[in-house]
Design a protein. Structure first.
Length: 151
């Protein structure tokens, strides 16, 4: 089970990175998935660094999160926007933060096989990879509010 949870965690992190790349560069879905499949999901980081590898990721889960967020983006953004504090809007959020929240919201909406607490805590962990604890608490709060509305 531990191997699967690590593979899912790697898939979530990679999905956030892919969504960020799509947001910043408007990379089309097929080449985006292909790039991640070939170079980032269990592949070497840098051939010059011996033994450096990305964590092995669950590819089907990665694909589902990326495709699902892009397919349901308007619905996801509406859910997120309704749960932000007064004076905040999605365009005001850091672009990485926005992708973390979108991916987490997608899982809460569409992946009934993933327990609510697991989905939230996994994206809090992803947030810790990029942000200070305060921002990770923000992810927890927003995704908890989303979960109360959709589960």
């Amino acid at each position: 089970m531990k191997g699967r949870s690590q593979a899912r965690a790697a898939a979530r992190l990679a999905a956030v990175q892919a969504l960020y790349q799509h947001e910043m560069e408007a990379t089309a879905l097929a080449p985006l998935l292909d790039e991640f499949h070939r170079h980032r999901l269990g592949g070497e980081i840098d051939p010059d660094i011996e033994g450096a590898h990305y964590a092995e990721a669950e590819v089907a889960f990665f694909d589902d999160v990326v495709k699902g967020v892009l397919a349901r983006r308007e619905e996801i953004d509406a859910l997120l926007g309704a749960r932000l504090a007064k004076g905040w809007s999605l365009p005001r959020l850091d672009k990485t933060m926005l992708q973390i929240l979108r991916a987490g919201t997608y899982e809460l909406l569409a992946r009934a096989d993933v327990p609510t607490g697991s989905a939230i805590s996994e994206y809090v962990d992803v947030a810790h990879a990029f942000f200070d604890p305060r921002e990770a608490k923000f992810v927890n709060g927003v995704l908890d509010a989303v979960a109360k509305g959709v589960r």
